[in-house]
Design a protein around this ligand. Structure first.
Ligand SMILES: Nc1ncnc2c1ncn2[C@@H]1O[C@H](COP(=O)(O)OP(=O)(O)O)[C@@H](O)[C@H]1O
Ligand SMILES: O=C(CO)[C@@H](O)[C@H](O)COP(=O)(O)O
Length: 484
């Protein structure tokens, strides 16, 4: 007798192992009802480095599943969605050689610049890889590691992405998927294979990389033993990167734009056309189904705004309108625009500027970066009147919702479902059980149901003011630290 007697179908588990925490959902595959959930935090290093211990991700996964209770062990299938790009280096025993270098660690900016030139420039990268790799991409992190920590690189017997590492802890097999592989900078989206010339450029043996599973493949079963949080034999789906998982969770059709407000800010859509943006603004990711996920990502989203609220000793909702102050919240450097050495900047501060106006300026600066890429992630024939789907932790905030509506001039839909990455992983797990398209499963679950907030008149004055400050301040924002 299931400990979830009201379940109508088999139970599946979807996981979101993201920057700040692991979220796990036990879901009824027939209806999408969340039967149980759990969450456990991760630690991320402070300062210039952005690193996290993969073992802690595993412990957080086990803790989140313990919070779900015994029902988690009844899951027939599981899938893991994870933060993209992270460089996980494992020794011969499968143990991390060092903490993982995360997507938001920008120390490999110099390596990124060098790699662009060595392959022949941004257009060559875009044509082959689909993306122009910046310091967020795994390939630049591996180049950094070989230059700065050669002993660690020599001790590495396997290279994984965060979601690959957790999937392998379950199955004992090294696999990844095209969605997450497309964020490495060594998986060519044109050929859908690892690019051995690029691997050679950074001295990485292809044998250290995981097999790229096909969408919908069962990559293994949960192996026996230890404190594994699932029953032996539970089917394991390929998993994918968190944004591709969220796209599954939303059951996205092409042309519908998504703004995700989390540790990272992302704007993306699904497309049948392979992206190849030579400017590097749009990353040409693959999705988890066989199509494409053109995406732009910012480093400074909810954490930057929360930091400004803390500095101003304000609640995150205590914004005030009417300011003419500009705040570029580039506290961690910035990825979109590509300003890895940037820092936060305020312009237009006056005696009568209020704390609430300054906090609103932080929201404006964060959303301006995302909306600046919105048009570029959409196919030319996309209906620009469709609501923006707003997801991620920030989507729950009134100030975020209002800022997106005011600066986009578009209706905004906020799904009631809160953990779209984990829901997408659950849909993928359900898909390996039934053979159904995970996006069709998510649509059947009704995951995008939620209020549609009416459009507001677009605040073009604020948008152009921010663009003007950004343009005039570029030389200052792009200045590398002394000696780089
Ligand atoms: N009610 C809320 N209003 C505004 N922001 C929120 C709210 N709840 C959470 N957040 C923000 O969401 C962020 C976490 O978002 P989430 O998408 O879970 O992060 P991750 O990128 O790690 O998956 C937090 O940093 C916090 O700033
Ligand atoms: O780097 C990207 C996308 O290219 C980020 O979206 C990471 O995948 C981190 O995701 P979150 O922790 O913010 O969910």
């Amino acid at each position: 007798m299931s400990s979830a007697p009201s379940a109508q179908g088999p139970l599946v588990v979807g996981v979101d192992s993201s920057t700040q925490s692991t979220k796990a959902l036990v879901v009824d595959a027939a209806t999408g009802r969340i039967v149980a959930s759990g969450q456990a935090p991760h630690r991320v290093s402070a300062g210039e480095a952005r690193e996290s211990d993969p073992q802690e991700w595993w412990e957080a996964l086990c803790a989140a599943l313990r919070q779900c209770g015994p029902v988690a062990r009844e899951a027939a299938a599981v899938s893991v969605g994870g933060q993209q790009h992270g460089l996980v280096t494992l020794d011969k025993g499968g143990n991390p050689v060092r903490p993982a270098l995360l997507w938001n660690d920008v120390r490999s900016a110099a390596q990124a610049r060098s790699l662009l030139e060595r392959l022949g420039g941004p257009k060559e990268w875009a044509d082959r890889l689909g993306s122009v790799p910046g310091p967020s991409f795994t390939v630049t992190k591996w180049a950094w590691l070989t230059e700065h920590e050669p002993a660690a690189a020599r001790s590495t017997a396997a290279v994984r992405l965060p979601h690959d590492y957790l999937t392998e802890r379950l199955t004992g097999l090294g696999t990844t998927d095209r969605g997450d592989a497309s964020g490495t900078g060594w998986w060519a989206s044109a050929s859908e294979t690892y690019d051995e010339e690029i691997l050679g450029m950074v001295g990485l043996d292809p044998a250290l990389l995981p097999r790229v599973a096909r969408p919908g493949e069962i990559v293994g079963t949960v192996r026996d033993g230890g404190e594994l949080p699932f029953s032996k034999g539970t089917l394991v789906a390929p998993g994918t990167g968190d944004n591709a998982a969220a796209a599954l969770g939303l059951g996205l059709h092409s042309g519908t734009p998504v703004l995700s407000l989390g540790t990272s800010g992302t704007v993306y859509a699904v497309s049948e056309h392979r992206p190849a943006d030579p400017t590097g603004t749009v990353a040409g990711f693959a999705d988890a189904r066989g199509g494409w996920l053109p995406l732009a990502c910012t480093l400074n989203c909810t954490l930057a705004v929360d930091r400004m609220a803390a500095l101003l000793n304000l609640d995150r909702e205590a914004v005030a309108p009417g300011g003419a102050v500009t705040l570029l919240p580039y506290l961690d450097g910035e990825r979109t625009p590509n300003l890895p050495h940037a820092t936060g900047m305020v312009h237009g501060l006056r005696h009568d500027t209020t704390p609430g106006q300054l906090l609103q300026a932080a929201y404006d600066g964060a959303v301006h970066s995302l909306l600046g890429a919105l048009d570029r992630v959409l196919d030319t024939d996309a209906d620009r009147s469709l609501p923006l789907l707003l997801i991620g932790g920030g989507a729950r905030g009134a100030a975020w919702q209002h800022t997106v509506r005011r600066l986009s001039g578009r209706p905004v839909q906020v799904p009631e479902a809160q953990e779209l990455v984990a829901l997408g992983a659950a849909a993928q797990a359900a898909g390996v059980l039934t053979g159904e398209d995970p996006s069709a499963i998510a649509r059947r679950w009704g995951t995008t149901q939620g209020p549609v907030l009416d459009p507001m008149e677009r605040d073009d004055e604020t948008l152009s003011r921010i663009s003007g400050v950004l343009s005039d301040a570029a030389p200052l924002l792009d200045r590398a630290p002394h000696g780089e």
